[in-house]
Design a protein around this ligand. Structure first.
Ligand SMILES: Nc1ncnc2c1ncn2[C@@H]1O[C@H](COP(=O)(O)OP(=O)(O)O)[C@@H](O)[C@H]1O
Ligand SMILES: [Mg+2]
Length: 307
């Protein structure tokens, strides 16, 4: 007979020690799929795995009403380092976000073996996929993406929620809804629930290509202006085909964010209007005080950029 899990064991340790055929190195995909299917019987019908990120594995599922959802399971490696009760309490804050350009939190919880959160499945390519296939966007498309993204972030910031992980993978371009921003509040929930036995740098939260200097330094409280820096990186990437700082070694990229002035977008795309280039340069200022002070302010500046 199985022993009940002890309170001091992390969920990851329980998963590893107690579940036969458990996802281990090299065996992950099918075993976890079977476990997830079985765990959510009667609640979610799990169709298959659709993606993997730094913190979660993502499954396409249907809820009881037939709505398609993205069921996200925190990675066991991540579970070993975060206090799950705290994580679940933290992500509950994001449930108050209701906005046409934000994928809302529909459900979250913990089973014996898994910590999960659920968002609507958003149909459409991610901005990452579009940049990879198209490489460069027109000025008009870039402005539209920027304005919708800032509209979503403005709402989140007004609700006191900073994204902290704005990157092309977290932006879906839905044919029906336009920009839909994913994973709001997840990075913060992970950071604030990391247990003390490891340092914060042991769990990767945020992507180096979009990380503001103050996020890299962790020298001061992160605020809305950190997300605006990431939007500046994304706008630059939409127009140029790559973010402002790219190097093979991540540590060098982080150093460039801290010390190197961002390149002028017009050096790569002379067709970009000067006021849009200036808005991107402002977003990429090293000091938060030199950027726009709110998402709505940046949105209205983009709204006035000539095409
Ligand atoms: N709500 C969603 N709707 C559609 N696709 C999603 C959704 N959430 C995640 N995905 C897909 O799953 C992938 C992995 O997601 P995630 O675990 O958040 O990692 P990351 O954002 O680092 O790529 C994403 O890149 C995206 O393509
Ligand atoms: Mg994501």
């Amino acid at each position: 007979m199985q022993q009940p899990p002890s309170a001091s064991q992390s969920v990851a340790e329980r998963v590893r020690s107690d579940v036969p055929g458990l996802p281990g190195p090299g065996r992950g995909r099918r075993d976890l799929l079977a476990l997830v299917r079985q765990t959510f019987v009667g609640q979610y019908t799990v169709e298959g795995e659709i993606g993997r990120g730094g913190a979660a594995r993502v499954f396409l599922a249907q809820d009881r009403s037939g709505r398609r959802v993205a069921l996200k399971i925190l990675r066991p490696e991540c579970l070993a380092s975060v206090a799950t009760d705290r994580f679940l309490r933290e992500i509950e804050f994001t449930a108050r976000l209701k906005h046409p350009h934000i994928a809302e939190l529909l459900d979250s919880g913990e089973t014996d073996w898994l910590v999960y959160y659920v968002m609507p499945f958003v149909e459409g390519p991610s901005l990452r996929e579009l940049i990879s296939s198209r490489r460069q966007f027109t000025v008009a498309d870039t402005l539209r993406i920027g304005c919708e993204l800032l509209d979503a972030l403005g709402h989140a910031h007004e609700c006191g929620i900073i994204h902290r992980d704005v990157k092309p993978e977290n932006v879906i371009l839905s044919p029906k809804l336009g920009v839909v921003l994913l994973d709001l509040g997840i990075a913060r929930a992970i950071i604030s629930s990391i247990t003390e036995r490891i340092t914060r740098t042991d769990v990767a939260v945020g992507s180096s290509a979009y990380m503001s200097p103050e996020q890299i330094n962790a020298s001061q409280e992160i605020d809305a202006r950190s997300d605006l820096y990431a939007v500046g990186c994304i706008l630059f990437e939409c127009l140029v085909g790559r973010p402002p700082f790219v190097r093979r070694q991540e540590v060098v990229v982080l150093q460039l964010h801290l010390t190197e002035p961002a390149p002028d977008v017009r050096a790569f795309r002379p067709d970009v209007p000067p006021n849009l280039a200036a808005a991107i340069a402002t977003a990429l200022a090293k000091r938060p005080e030199e950027r726009c002070q709110s998402a709505h302010e940046m949105q209205s500046i983009l709204g006035n950029c000539a095409v």
